[in-house]
Design a protein around this ligand. Structure first.
Ligand code: SAH
Length: 224
């Protein structure tokens, strides 16, 4: 089987944090500690475990991917979490990003539109004992108003443009991090409120799978 010794995973995880995250300028202590702790190899399909700490995304089935470790670090860092927050993630995927957030905040709500993907993530998060992650199955392209308001919202699939409903589910001090754009080009945007208005800043060109659902891309527009 494609498994390594537990110690080897720890070594690779430490190297991932140093070379992929810290050396690229992300030095947020609590975040680095969370990424040193979460066993990323348990969030990828068994055959990919030895690649779990490599510097790229990996397939997780159903055409979806677990994001590159640096992308998880970058987007989480943009949320400027201090502890005690209520955070929403749209696009649970493997559950890895939700697990990282679980170390940093009080409560994580995460929404996944593909039931099989959601059930897989639920199993992994449960086995690892993440009691502050609440997984919801459904279309998160409108956010998840039932558990609002949020201090932070992170979207891990590419939206055509920022669904305005998401901003309404944030506290006035809240922050939204979302990739927007189409099949060929997307940017991470960070939204915060300044003098009573939501304003966005474009951070970095990226490549994500499409956001589906009512506010998302159709398969005709963006097949994968
Ligand atoms: N954050 C994930 C990676 C996400 S991949 C991780 O850590 O592994 C993007 C995920 O978003 C996919 O699983 C996809 O099914 C999901 N998704 C796409 N559109 C969605 C929508 N409208 N609502 C909820 N989830 C959605």
């Amino acid at each position: 089987m494609d498994f390594l010794d537990e110690g080897e995973y720890v070594t690779r995880r430490e190297a991932m944090v140093t070379t992929q995250i810290m050396q690229r300028g992300i030095l947020e202590k609590r975040l680095l500690d969370a990424m040193r702790t979460v066993p990323r190899h348990l969030f990828v399909p068994k055959g990919y475990r030895r690649y779990a700490y490599s510097d790229h995304p990996l397939p997780i089935g159903e055409g979806q991917t677990i994001s590159q470790p640096y992308m998880v670090a970058l987007m989480t860092n943009l949320l400027e979490l201090k502890g005690g927050e209520n955070v929403l993630e749209i696009g649970t995927g493997s559950g890895y990003q939700a697990a990282v957030l679980a170390h940093l905040v009080r409560e994580v709500h995460t929404v996944e539109i593909i039931p099989e993907v959601a059930e897989n993530a639920r199993k992994i998060l449960k086995n690892l004992g993440y009691a502050n992650v609440f997984l919801h199955i459904g279309d998160g392209s409108f956010g998840w108003p039932e558990c609002a308001p949020y201090d932070g919202i992170i979207v891990t699939a590419a939206a055509r443009e920022t669904p305005k409903g998401l901003l309404e589910q944030l506290k006035p001090t809240g922050c939204l991090v979302i990739p927007t754009g189409g099949p060929s080009l997307q940017h991470i945007e960070k939204w915060t409120r300044e003098r009573g208005e939501w304003v966005s800043e474009s951070i970095l060109a990226v490549s994500f799978v499409p956001l589906r659902g009512a506010e998302g891309w159709t398969r005709d527009e963006w097949p994968i």
